[in-house]
Design a binder for this molecule. Structure first.
Ligand code: FAD
Length: 202
């Protein structure tokens, strides 16, 4: 870890993102940067290993924190569609809408249950690589369903930049990409299932 003002560290430019805009992302160059020993974390040369080890926690954290966001968005959508009257009756009274919200809530519960099981096993000292990867995959997919589904029922208001649904839609799209993309999760799960083809040495 080095302070940004360290010699050789150059912040080239701040990158503009679709979502997660309260967290800056920038292109940074490191050129012959001297890192004082007191700024190192753990053992030198072990960074990759530490990163791989911490992924289980990061992926579980990502999955369970998605649950709260999805619940909040569904609750906000219920409130909005109950208030919003179209042709004299609340939008929520349309079966297609309350059924869809029930379906989305069910998806959220599935993610929650998977996370709880994975966390319990993790606390017991079990290797939860498979469950954490499944939870991360499922949470990313559920977020896409929930944010897209909810945005639809906010109509034009949901398409406005500052609406909570639009923000959730933009921010949550990262979940299927960051921390290892969905396809990488599928690769890990396949590997642990023993179905991943072995690479032939040339
Ligand atoms: C806002 C933001 C914050 C981030 N924060 C961090 C951070 O704090 N720390 C950190 O280390 N990284 C961070 N990342 C990086 C993130 O982990 C990577 O962007 C992500 O792992 C995907 O890698 P990539 O962008 O290189 O995409 P690529 O590897 O180029 O992949 C592009 C796409 O191809 C597909 N793909 C990739 N591999 C396969 C495969 N084997 N089979 C089939 N399809 C595949 C996936 O759909 C993937 O999205 C962040 C990224 C973003 C956007």
């Amino acid at each position: 870890m080095v302070p940004l003002k360290t010699k050789g560290v150059q912040v080239v430019k701040k990158l503009d993102k679709l979502g997660m805009r309260s967290s800056d992302t920038a292109q940074i160059f490191f050129d012959e940067v001297k890192v004082p020993v007191r700024h190192t974390i753990g053992q030198e040369g072990m960074g990759f290993v530490y990163q791989m080890q911490q992924f289980q926690e990061e992926r579980l954290w990502g999955a369970i924190s998605a649950v709260v966001g999805m619940e909040r968005l569904i609750a906000q959508t219920i409130e909005y569609t109950r208030e919003r009257k179209v042709f004299g009756r609340p939008l929520l009274d349309n079966q297609v809408i309350h059924f869809k919200l029930a379906e989305l809530s069910t998806e959220v519960e599935l993610v929650r249950s998977l996370c709880y099981r994975a966390c319990e096993e993790y606390l017991d000292g079990t290797d939860v690589t498979m469950l954490a990867s499944m939870a991360k995959l499922k949470a990313g997919r559920a977020l896409r369903l929930v944010t897209d589904g909810c945005l639809q029922y906010w109509g034009g208001a949901g398409y406005l930049w500052e609406s909570p649904t639009a923000r959730a839609f933009r921010d949550s799209r990262l979940a299927s990409i960051g921390g290892g993309a969905d396809e990488v999760m599928l690769q890990i799960i396949s590997k642990l299932m023993g179905t991943l083809p072995r690479l032939e040495r040339r």
